[in-house]
Design a protein around this ligand. Structure first.
Ligand code: GLA
Length: 330
């Protein structure tokens, strides 16, 4: 009996370190990070900060760009074949929601979304998939306030100005952002009839430039313009459009969202352009924190919070360095 007890104790002790190994050993953890637009500075920054989490915790990070649904499905299979246990994704199409959930499940991987939240067949957010995104309406409102303040500072007659709403309405966070901005413009007396939709085919600068050019050409009588959209690329595309039709920068007020390299490079130009500001959001939280959340989920079974919404801070050409410093960005 005593011998048996001892034998059991030895066996139990022997199991202790084993239990600590299993899934929790960092060396075994592989995490995927898929983004829809790898060339965009925002997503490069997300990856950079996810890499930091990987270096700190000692897991392997597999980064893949997937610009459309087909590439995304292939990327998920690819991660599954590599033995990845979970991934974070900013999907090129939020309507793939239920399909992605099934795909992740078939590959026995955990899934968390970042930036763009998946929807179901009825367009409602997929609450079962943990998500980190920006507080889209609030941040859009900040854009609106920034535009109104600049209109007042320049002493414009609001009745004669036009607004370019660079839009990508198939993406709920994009609609929430621009509608947040519009609500503030309208509250400030901006005429609804002077707000023009500029639907972009893709969420990059070139697509925004094309969309905004169409609006400008349709309204040659309007001499002063404000512009806003989903991100810095949208606002910058509108600025490039005004430049291409010869509208001077003092007649343009565009405010973006992001604060990554595209915005900073614009602020660094020797002469001010129509890009009046950006709401700086946090690629560190979206990259580092999501990667860490996924790591904890895999290693210790603690699922991330279902919905995390991050905030933004307005910055302009004259104060962006100070704002970045205050936010702890370089
Ligand atoms: C979307 C946009 C990106 C960036 C993120 C932030 O994915 O396409 O440019 O603004 O949201 O969450």
């Amino acid at each position: 009996m005593r011998f048996l007890k001892q034998a059991l104790l030895v066996a139990a002790l022997a199991l202790v370190p084993l239990a600590g190994v299993g899934a929790a050993q960092a060396g075994n953890v592989k995490i995927g990070f898929i983004v829809k637009q790898p060339e965009e500075p925002w997503f490069q920054d997300e990856w950079k900060f996810a890499d930091q989490a990987a270096a700190e915790k000692g897991f392997e990070l597999v980064k893949i760009g997937a610009a459309d649904g087909e590439k995304l499905m292939a990327a998920i299979d690819n991660l599954g074949a590599q033995g990845v246990q979970g991934f974070i994704v900013c999907t090129p199409d939020v309507k793939l929601g239920p399909g992605l959930v099934a795909k992740a499940r078939a590959n026995e991987m955990k899934m968390m979304t970042v930036d763009d939240r998946l929807v179901d067949a009825a367009g409602a957010p997929l609450a079962s998939v943990p998500h980190m995104g920006i507080s889209a309406t609030r941040i859009g409102e900040t854009v609106g306030h920034a535009i109104m303040a600049e209109i007042k500072r320049r002493g414009w007659n609001i009745a004669q100005a036009g607004a370019i709403r660079v839009s990508y309405d198939q993406l709920p966070t994009a609609t929430d952002r621009v509608e947040g901005a519009i609500s503030i413009l309208k509250a400030g007396g901006f005429p609804q009839a002077s707000i023009f939709d500029a639907p972009q085919a893709k969420t990059d600068t070139e697509a925004a430039l094309n969309a905004a050019t169409t609006v400008l050409n349709a309204h040659p009588g309007i001499k002063r313009w404000v512009a806003f959209g989903l991100n810095d690329e949208a606002a910058l595309g509108a600025v490039r459009a005004t430049e291409s039709v010869g509208i001077p920068p003092e007649n343009v007020i565009a405010v973006g969202i992001g604060g990554a390299e595209s915005a900073i490079n614009e602020f660094k130009k020797p002469k001010p352009t129509g890009f009046a500001g950006t709401v700086i959001i946090s690629p560190r939280r979206h990259g580092y924190e999501t990667a860490l959340n996924m790591y904890e989920w895999i290693a210790s079974g603690a699922a991330p919070e279902p919905l995390i919404l991050t905030s933004g801070t307005l910055a302009a050409r004259n104060d962006y360095q100070q704002v970045r410093k205050n936010l702890g960005i370089e």
